[in-house]
Design a protein around this ligand. Structure first.
Ligand SMILES: C[S@@+](CC[C@H](N)C(=O)[O-])C[C@H]1O[C@@H](n2cnc3c(N)ncnc32)[C@H](O)[C@@H]1O
Length: 218
């Protein structure tokens, strides 16, 4: 496997996210981990799980959780967090590229949290199509990420500045590509998902984060 791009970010990712957003990112990622979208026994896959506090939360709600990540530095923090719970949780860890996971149609829910934004624009539909294939028919795909900059000019400006600060940090530490915020809802609709819920999470009074849930209908 090639060099871990998250070797530097891995140990500090969640702390940095706390400095950057308080509890808002975590809250956003948990938006859809509730009834009717998540029920005990559901199979949920977290693509690019990172430190994965929300995956642990899902397992604590009774979900059967699979997490996938390319970075061992990130997964180390995830394993430590699971251990710290002291609970016997149903969690399977896969250290791999998400595109190598081919358990098609097996999951009730597949999530990509703050994950799509790592990819260049031309890869977004391909990645989304892959996550949809992993989801069973009538299952759900969830994307949580920075909110698409809209609203009044001040809110728009804040969201743009907030996003570019984040992506510049990732560009400098992991080599991520710099690009505008993607319109995930449009990508989800174009991929044939039926949008069922969209939830914004504020930071400093602005809807800075969005979680979107779409149903695979065929
Ligand atoms: C920005 S972090 C987000 C982590 C977590 N989902 C969160 O919201 O806090 C992106 C994660 O995706 C992982 N990743 C990047 N490319 C990947 C790929 N092709 N397959 C699996 N994981 C990948 C990185 O190692 C990193 O842990």
């Amino acid at each position: 496997m090639s060099k871990d791009k998250y070797w530097l970010m891995g140990p500090v990712y969640d702390a940095l996210s706390w400095v950057f957003a308080g509890n808002s990112i975590y809250k956003c990622k948990c938006s859809m981990l509730k009834k009717p979208w998540l029920k005990p026994g559901d199979k949920v896959l977290f693509a690019g799980v990172g430190h994965g506090k929300e995956a642990i939360y899902a397992a604590e709600q009774g979900a059967r959780v699979t997490v996938v990540d390319l970075s061992e530095a990130m997964l180390k923090k995830f394993r430590e967090a699971v251990e710290r719970t002291g609970k016997d949780l149903d969690i399977r860890i896969i250290h791999a590229d998400i595109f190598k996971v081919e358990e098609f149609g097996e999951y009730d829910m597949v999530t990509g949290n703050f994950f799509f934004n790592l990819f260049p624009r031309n890869m977004v539909p391909t990645l989304l199509e892959h996550l949809i294939k992993l989801t069973r028919v009538n299952g759900h795909v969830v994307i949580s990420d920075f909110a698409y900059p809209q609203g009044n000019p001040l809110a728009k400006l804040f969201k743009q500045a907030y996003w570019y600060t984040a992506i510049l940090i990732f560009w400098a530490t992991t080599g991520a590509e710099i690009h505008p915020v993607y319109d995930y809802q449009r990508y989800m609709e174009e991929a044939g998902l039926k949008m069922r819920e969209i939830k914004h999470t504020p930071f400093l009074g602005i809807d800075a984060y969005t979680s979107m849930l779409g149903e695979r209908v065929a």
